[in-house]
Design a protein around this ligand. Structure first.
Ligand code: PBG
Length: 330
């Protein structure tokens, strides 16, 4: 699309189209609706458990029965999908809880698919929550993350989620080659129809802080900069996305969202793939904290932030505010 110089339209007065709510609605270019949203859920073992997460007001670690209640509310509000994160009872150096047939994710997936078959269940495929050291792959001598050695574990985790009934698997580890490894493993096991939503451009970010409390997945040493992206790089993000698509990703994600809207826009315009934005924990918590102090209007700030993601090109928005937003939009 190209615009002529404003001087060529001496009679154009943009304000004319802003005079009333109805007029503004008529010419609105972007819409945010519940149908775009995905609600993340943190699930751990037990019954009737709703453990509050201090850094994320209103978000809980839920036992499967409580997660089902939450998912049912979300579904009734018109939210089409949930994203599952598991918090295992047991962590080790090979993340065995991630691909155990009766792991916490596998249990909740089976329960949700049985009770709410129409709700899409997306699973986060990562090893960090299941590793005693908190990194997203196998660690060598407390220093290096072994990329290739981690791939079979990730593939096995994704397969076990899909076998439990997950509708979509979403690898968030950022190991190179994991989409291909997961695709091959799924295809070999009769799961060729399970789509992959890859966290394609995932940046090493301070905005994940509250999540690491929520998922109990903070690395015990070092950080994630050897595998997550450097926030300074745009072209590299395009290569990451291109690679994941070539390897078989059906949908791609940019994460975080608010500080990376330029990346989101470029990913959507250059690849035209179904694109997700993850409004991460820090984006959620900073609005909550400011709202608690009375410094920001929570509803206004949240809707404005999420709308900016839609405007930048997101088809899908993963947000901890999904239920509130769905209510506000009603
Ligand atoms: C797992 C994972 C993380 C997030 C989603 N999946 C944390 C991380 O990479 O440290 C962050 C989500 C959020 O902050 O809301 N690797």
């Amino acid at each position: 699309m190209s615009f002529r110089a404003v001087g060529q339209f001496p009679n154009y007065r943009p304000r004319r189209l802003r005079q009333s709510p109805a007029l503004r609605r008529l010419v609105r270019e972007t819409e945010l609706s519940a149908g775009n949203l995905v609600l993340p859920l943190f699930v751990r073992s037990g019954k009737r458990r709703r453990d509050p997460i201090g850094s994320m007001p209103g978000v809980f670690q839920l036992s499967p029965d409580e997660a089902l209640i939450e998912a049912t509310k979300a579904f009734k509000l018109g939210i089409p999908a949930v994203l599952i994160f598991g918090i295992p009872d047991h962590k080790d150096k090979k993340a065995s809880g991630a691909y155990h047939k009766n792991g916490i994710v596998q249990q909740i997936v089976r329960l949700l698919k049985k009770e709410l078959p129409e709700l899409l269940v997306i699973t986060d495929v990562c090893l960090c929550e299941y590793m005693s050291h908190g990194h997203c792959g196998i660690v060598h001598e407390e220093r290096h993350i072994l990329n290739d050695a981690s791939l079979p574990l990730l593939a096995r985790t994704a397969r076990s989620h899909a076998e439990a009934g997950a509708d979509i698997v979403a690898p968030s580890d950022m190991m190179d080659g994991r989409v291909a490894a997961i695709r091959a493993e799924l295809d070999k096991n009769g799961l060729e129809d399970t789509p992959i939503l890859s966290y394609a451009a995932k940046f090493a970010s301070a905005f994940y802080g509250p999540f690491r409390e929520a998922a109990e997945s903070a690395p015990k040493f070092g950080d994630r900069r050897s595998y997550q992206m450097d926030g300074a790089n745009t072209n590299e993000a395009m290569r990451e996305v291109a690679m994941d698509i070539a390897e078989g990703a059906d949908m791609v994600m940019v994460k975080p969202a608010l500080a990376y809207l330029d990346i989101l826009h470029r990913v959507k315009t250059e690849f035209g793939y179904p694109t997700a934005a993850y409004a991460v924990s820090g984006e959620f918590s900073m609005i909550k904290a400011a709202a608690e102090k009375g410094w920001l209007d929570e509803r206004g700030a949240t809707l404005e932030a999420l709308l900016s993601m839609r405007r930048a090109g997101a088809d899908i928005i993963i947000t901890y505010s999904a239920m509130d937003v769905a209510r506000w939009l009603k």
